[in-house]
Unconditional design. Sequence first.
Length: 363
Amino acid sequence: MKKLALFASVLLVCISAGAQTPKGVKYSYTEASDLTLIGKIQEGTPNPYHRVDTVRYKGFTKVENGQVRMSAGIAVVFRTNSTSIRIKTEYGTPGFPTNTNGFSARGYDLYIRQDGEWIYAESGLPNDKNNEKPFTLISNMDNSMKECLLYLPLYSEVRSVKIGVENTAVLEAMENPFRHRIGVFGSSYTHGSSTSRAGMSYIAQLSRNTGLQMLSLGCSGNSKLQQYFANVLCDADVDAFLFDAFSNPSCEEMEERFFPFLDRIVEAHPGKPIIFQRTIYREARNFNLKERKEQEDRIATADSLMKIAVKKYPDVYYIYPVGHSEDHNATVDGTHPDNHGYTLWAKSIEKKVVKILKKYGIR
């Protein structure tokens, strides 16, 4: 027992330590929105870290209203030669979802480009007891100029995100390294539920793998083909759509809402590719017969509707993602994939999505 307690204490110290703040170093801070924000489906929101202007767009429930104000899928890109980076956050509503850890829900995920590839660098989050106090995300780097990709929290509303670099260092905006604008509407899967950090959502991975900019409108449990979501999507400045639209709605909701939803999107975006994804296999159905029946019915209903849709509209497509592993272990709770499951998902659709988009000159 004493050995176990000692191990736990050492582990706690290691976790708490994270990136150490260099002693005697002074920092200057820049608001992230003054650099280059990417991944936003709607530009010009009053709060730059909101995905949707909920004053302009009406109809959302209280929960949905909070979700579209979360910074899920948004990232900031910048250049710096600082050897350490600090983050200072002012939260509107910090998120504490039961199946997603703090790094993903409230924290930050940093990638640095090396030899043309985005390489994971560090993740971090502030102390929950004093979450507006600056924290050191990464330290002890060399002083070469680096191109940075910083993912914002998936399940929190933020009012301000300030990036701190050493006073003697350079921090500057850089051009968006991702091409085109692909609108992604979907469920908790698209929102990034159960990832260990924000950069591991399937759309973040797909974006890094292809160089295409994915614009997230993932809303956990609430992607149900609602007309008020269609209002946002119809007005969105996009080159294509990728939808995870069959994971949340019931069979009855699909049958009632699907074509009114799709018809509006097609009318608003004529000639643009609209790619629907079949909902993924859920491990919860392995032995739960009720869950199995519900999932089979949901898939059958979606398949039936999409069979009609792809014949009705030449620019509508239907693809099948794979978010589970052969050993059935790539899940957190039987419903949501873990990091590995989301990696499998991203890889399973990458070639299909790229092939479709190339038909439209989206490369």
